[in-house]
Structures are given as C-alpha cells and as structure tokens.
Design a protein around this ligand. Structure first.
Ligand code: 9MJ
Length: 715
C-alpha cells in the first residue's frame, strides 16, 4: 500500500475538482482503513502515528471543502458512530469460576475429607469423582438458544467477559446448530479454547515468514487469536475447543458430571477422551499419574488434572466459595526447575510499602520460558534466619554469586527454591537487607510478627505512589485501556502532566488541553489517535462499579474477593464510606457489622477502617470520588428467595445438613449469616440444644424457626 502517501500536499488538494477530490478521498480512506486493521486487529502498525494523523487531517480538509464526502463510510468518523475498537462486555448469566489449586497428593485426600465433612458423609460412604486433563488454554462460554449459538464470551473477571461471538463462530470444534434431539432451549456450554503444538509451530513459522508477531507459547497464541477484532484473522488461526462445563441451562444435562460430558459430546462438542470416573482419592491419583506420564505425547498443553464430584446433586449442595466451587480441585503438575547464578539482589517497593527482594539471574530456560528474575520472598528467607536470629529449618542463607534453583509452577512468578553451597564463591558475603527505603530513604521497619519490612514514607514515597497508581489502573481495578504501567511511570514523572494520585488521572485531559505547549499528542509514542482513545477510555471509567473502586483503592489485605464482599454488603459508596468513617477499629456497631461479613476478618476490617481514618489517605480518596459516579453493587440473588437481604443466625444441632452447608445455602440465597442475635436479626434457626441465643431471640422478638420450618422457607 502507499504507506508514504501522506498529508504532504495540502495545497495541491485545495485545487482539486470535486471528482478528483472524491478519488483522492477514496484512496486515502482505503489507506486509513487498512492501517486501522493492522493497528487494532493485528497489533502490527503499518503507519507511524504522525503519518496516520496527517492522512486523517487531509481527509478532514477534503470533507471540509466537499461535505458530501463525509459519509458514514468515511474513516474520519465525522458522521455516524465511531467503530468499536474493543469488544463489548457481556455479563455472564452464571458466574465463570476458577479452580482451587493443589500440588501435593495429601491435598487430594484432604479434598475428599473436606467434602465428606461438609456433606456429613461417613468415611466409607461412596463418593465418586471425575478426573479430566486440565487444558492450558483460555476459557470460553458459549450460549445457545433453541440450539443456535447466540453468544460467545471470554471469562474476563468471571462476572463480565468480552463478547467474541463472531470469532467463536469461526472455530470448527464449536457446533452451530447443536446436534441430536432434546436440545435445551437455553444452554451455556463452557470449555477451553486451545492450540495444538503442531498448529502453534506452524503459525509461528508463518508469522515469522511474513514479519508478523510470533507467540511465546500455545496459550498466548490461542488468546491472541481469539481476541482479534477482525474475525477473518481468527478464522485463519487453527483454534480448537474442548467442552467440560456449563453455565445457565433450561433443563439439566444429566444427573452426573460424567453423564453431562457424554451429553455434551452428543450435542456435537469435542470432549477430552482421557476423562474418567474414579471411586476415590486413590483412583484419582492413579489417573493423575497416567495422564502425567502421557503428557508429552498429547500434542497440546495441559497443566494438571481437574477432579470434580461426579454426582450433580452433591455438586449443587456443595456450592461455591467466593470464586471457586467446593466440588472441584485442580491438581497441578509439579513446578519446573533449573539451576542458575544469582547475579544481584534488587529491592522493589510495593504499593503497601513492602520491600520485596528480587533475584536478578543469569538468564535460564525453565519449562520453555526464559527466566531472569525471581522472587526471594523476604528478608528472613535470604538470611536463612527468622527475625529473632534463629536458623530456619532447611533454609540456607543466600548470597550474590550463589548457584540457585529456580522454579516455576504454572503462571506463578518464578521463585528461588534452593542454593548449592558447594558452588559458593569464596568471596561471597551475606546480603545486608536495607533498613532504609531504597526509593525515598524513609525508615523501613518491621512490625513484630510481620515477615515484611515496609517503607514508612506512604504516598510521599514515589515508589509506593507509582505502584498504587499501577494497581489503580490494573485489569481488576479501573482497567483503563491505554493506561498501563508504562504510561503511569511516564505521567508520574512528567512535570506538566503530573499524575501523582488517582484523582489526577481524571483531570489529565483538561490539564493537557489547557497546556499550550508539549501537548500529549505531539510526544514520542503518542499521536492524535492514541491520545483521543486514551482520554475516551478515562472518560468511560468515570462510571465505575463499587467493587472495582474498593479494590482499586489498594487497601492492604483487600483483594478482589474482599472488595466484592464489601460491595455486596454495603451496596453503595455512600453507605460504605459513611460506615467506615463512623467505625472504630475493634468495637462498636459499625465494627460489628463489618466483621459480621462472612470472609471479613479483624485484620482486614482494621486495615479498611484505619485507611478511612488516615487524614492524607482519606483526602486522596475524597478527591478521587469527586470525579466518579459509583455504580451500586447488584449481588446475584436467586430471584424469589424468601431470605434475600435477611440476617440469619444458626444455633443448636442441625440434622438434615451440616452447619457449614446451611450457612453456605443461606448466603447463596442472598441472606447474611451472623454469629450472634441482635435487634437486626430476622431469623434464628434453632436445632436441638439451642442455648443463650434462643433466649436472646425471645427477648428481642426475633422469629425462631426449627430446621424443618427453615427448609420450607428456603424451598
Ligand atoms: C480445564 N481447564 O481443562 C475446568 N478445566 O471446571 C476443566 N477447567 C473447570 N474443568 C469448572 N477440565 C471450572 C473450571
């Protein structure tokens, strides 16, 4: 294409006749469309930002003289809607879960024990499982209505994924329509998109030959191929799909996991033929060994074996924790190991001020990936001694110049696992862990009982401030397209743009437009288009779901799950903020309310309350929220549940289910389960042996139910 045909002849353009202008407009439009495709769909720009902008300006000038050229087809986007540059979001009808991981055989017997305990099954009652290879790809949810594929969505954060329907339609393993008889009116089929080793090698060879982007591993290739804005690119990529789970269904697929897999196969899906049914942990472990032994000859990547309770009625009783089912576990293959030399130890300061030692290594390949950095855990790990100076069993001190063993397990950050003392250089000296923050020189202190040394500089420490900002824009937080770690670092240090705290992100566009010099669009690495996209992405995020906002604040101990729990409980920012402001750590009704949330312990609660009472921190939150519209949480509640929003207390012995199951059932139906009876309790469920709680309920006029009344109430 005429990549050098840019906007260098505006004078000549101005003299064109209408017909000539029309021809030129068509030619330039074609170039811009082609460049858009290369940029957005292939991640492989064919024009510099400057050239691209110049052509756009030339098109706009032509349209200015001949307004008839500004049609909805024009890439200037002056008429009609701008084409979408990202995928639309899809809220999953049923959440897409991840799996709990296990690495040791003993964790599998624990898994079996835990399930028996939860269900109240004796040690010898039959309890069957399935074992399926864990495909290392990316999960996809396919929604069928009346047998036709109507939507395909990536997992995303489990709640909301991306709509990739057009791309999924190009995958041969995904049937449309479904096959066979008795097809449910609604059926969401879930499984893994992956690429075989052979197809991956061929794709990379093709990409290399044509100067395209090559991929690090089959999973990245599969992900990159599915997330293409142009489905014709996905169509040209050899993607495959295994079905292994389901979301919403209008009719049950089967009574068992193994039956459901067989049913998915009848409906036209590929299912993994190594899947089998096992009678207990010993059988599961035997299946694991067999699958592991055959791993190298499978022709596609697997990273473990997934075990699931076979009986779907039991699966339903077991239900879910916040992000993982109780009825399944992923038994991962062991980590991959390699030996290399420790060249240096760097200290990174995290968003909570933690000083984390990072090993800089002589590059080494571990399980097909080049590793040059690994975590060294903490100060005590390097010293081989705890904070009282006592040797840690099995630990050795680690010195620069040592030969160290690196291991990688799945996606986890590489870690140092061992030191070869026989190869230690004679002049190696013990590592002196810094007592001052290497970034801001504030004192770095260790609280008693904490293994981590922390910088005391707070937001005045540039490293903490930058890390907090990076966390703020990360995927599970504000997820602002075009504003990643790299841009945060650049804007943080920039004397004009000065993004020093989250609120500054939302004034960036205004400050950029007020600044006559050094406009962002004129800087290296930016252009009119990328800046416009960035500002639009920021604008869109002024409206933000409550759970994302809480997570984004970067409060210590508040991860995604805790943020979701807090959001579900308080529902609105106003309620959350006012309760945290009124709360005192350790006592009072607000504190009680906070720590009554299932999954919120006193350490987490204290961390949140303290944050809202630290003046500087609090002021920063207020400055941020002034720019935002916070969307209230809409927890998934089973519609028609009689106990949604109610507070329930259990006491005494339950006979039809264990206390753990009763509590989980109540929570799944939208109730809150509290530990003690108060004026705000709606029901006390009392089994035989109920004591003081029953008296409290009588005194406070709380309705008391026996187990059967309770079961009738929840249906
Ligand atoms: C994979 N990745 O092969 C599940 N998976 O089930 C299998 N993943 C899964 N099952 C429930 N075989 C959530 C995830």
């Amino acid at each position: 294409m005429a990549g050098n045909d840019t906007g260098e002849e505006p004078k000549a353009d101005a003299a064109l006749t209408a017909v000539e202008a029309g021809r030129l407009h068509a030619e330039l439009s074609r170039i811009v469309t082609e460049a858009n495709r290369a940029y957005f769909a292939e991640d492989a720009p064919i024009l510099s930002d400057a050239d691209y902008d110049a052509i756009k300006r030339r098109l706009l000038a032509l349209e200015g003289r001949f307004p008839g050229l500004a049609t909805s087809e024009s890439p200037t986007g002056q008429v009609g809607a701008a084409p979408s540059e990202t995928f639309a979001k899809v809220r999953h009808a049923v959440r897409m879960l991840s799996l709990e991981n296990a690495f040791e055989d003993a964790e599998i017997t624990d898994f079996d024990d835990r399930i028996r305990k939860y269900l109240g099954l004796g040690a010898h009652a039959p309890l069957a499982f399935t074992a399926e290879p864990k495909i290392d790809g990316l999960s996809l949810s396919l929604r069928y209505e009346n047998g036709r594929l109507v939507q395909a969505a990536t997992r995303g954060d489990g709640e909301t994924g991306e709509n990739v329907t057009a791309n999924a339609r190009t995958i041969a393993d995904i049937p449309d329509p479904l096959q066979g008889a008795d097809i449910p009116a609604v059926l969401e089929v879930r499984g893994e998109v992956y690429m075989s080793h052979a197809d991956f090698a061929a794709l990379n060879a093709r990409q290399q030959a044509t100067g395209g982007k090559t991929f690090a591993n089959p999973r990245n290739a599969a992900a990159g191929s599915l997330r293409q804005l142009d489905p014709s690119i996905t169509a040209a990529r050899p993607l495959k799909f295994f079905a292994y789970a389901w979301g919403e269904t209008s009719a049950p697929l089967a009574a068992s996991q193994s039956g459901a897999i067989a049913r998915l196969q009848e409906l036209g899906f590929q299912t993994n033929d190594l899947t089998l049914r096992a009678e207990g942990p010993a059988d599961l472990l035997a299946a694991y060994r067999r699958i592991e032994a055959g791993r190298a000859t499978l022709g596609y990547d697997i990273d473990g074996v997934v075990y699931k309770v076979d009986d779907l009625a039991l699966q339903a009783r077991l239900g879910f924790r916040s992000t993982t089912p109780r009825w399944a576990i992923a038994h991962k293959f062991p980590a991959q190991l390699a030996w290399t030399r420790l060249e240096a130890i760097d200290i990174q300061v995290g968003r909570t001020g933690a000083l984390s030692p990072v090993a800089r290594l002589l590059p080494v390949t571990v399980g097909g990936v080049v590793v040059q950095n690994a975590t060294l855990h903490n100060e005590d790990y390097i010293a081989g001694r705890d904070s009282r100076g006592e040797a840690i069993r099995g630990a050795k001190d680690i010195r620069i110049g040592d030969w160290v063993q690196v291991y990688r397990a799945g996606d986890v950050i590489p870690k140092i696992a061992d030191v070869d003392l026989s190869r230690r250089p004679a002049d190696a000296v013990p590592y002196e862990f810094p007592r001052l923050c290497p970034e801001c020189r504030s004192d770095a202190v260790r609280e008693p009982g904490d293994s981590v040394r922390r910088c005391t500089g707070g937001m005045s420490c540039p490293a903490q401030a930058v890390e907090k900002l990076k966390h703020f824009v990360s995927r599970a937080a504000f997820d602002i397209e075009g504003l990643g770690a790299k841009q945060i670092e650049m804007f943080f240090d920039d004397p004009v743009l000065r993004v020093r705290e989250p609120a500054d992100i939302f004034t960036l566009a205004a400050r950029d437009s007020a600044n006559p010099l050094q406009k962002l669009k004129n800087r290296d690495g930016f252009g009119e288009r990328s800046v416009a996209n960035l500002f639009r992405a920021i604008e869109e995020r002024r409206t933000i779901p409550l759970n994302r906002l809480i997570f984004a604040l970067g409060i210590r101990h508040v991860g995604e799950t805790a943020a979701q729990l807090l959001a579900n409980h308080y529902r609105t920012w106003e309620a959350f903020e006012s309760t945290m402001t009124a709360a005192t750590a350790g006592s009072g009704p607000e504190w009680q309310d906070l720590t009554d949330i299932n999954g919120v312990g006193s350490v987490l609660a204290a961390s949140v309350v303290t944050t809202f009472h630290q003046e500087a921190e609090r002021a920063m939150i207020d400055r941020l929220v002034a720019h935002l519209t916070v969307q209230p949480a809409v927890p998934r509640v089973v519609s028609g549940s009689a106990i949604a929003g109610k507070t329930v207390v259990f006491t005494g012995t339950l006979e039809k289910m264990t206390r753990a199951e009763a509590k989980a059932r109540a929570e799944a139906l939208g109730a809150r389960v509290a530990g003690s009876v108060s004026a705000r309790t709606d029901f006390l469920v009392a089994g035989p042996g109920a004591g003081s709680k029953a008296k409290d309920a009588a005194r406070l006029g709380v309705r008391v139910l026996d187990e059967d009344e309770w079961l009738a109430l929840i249906g």
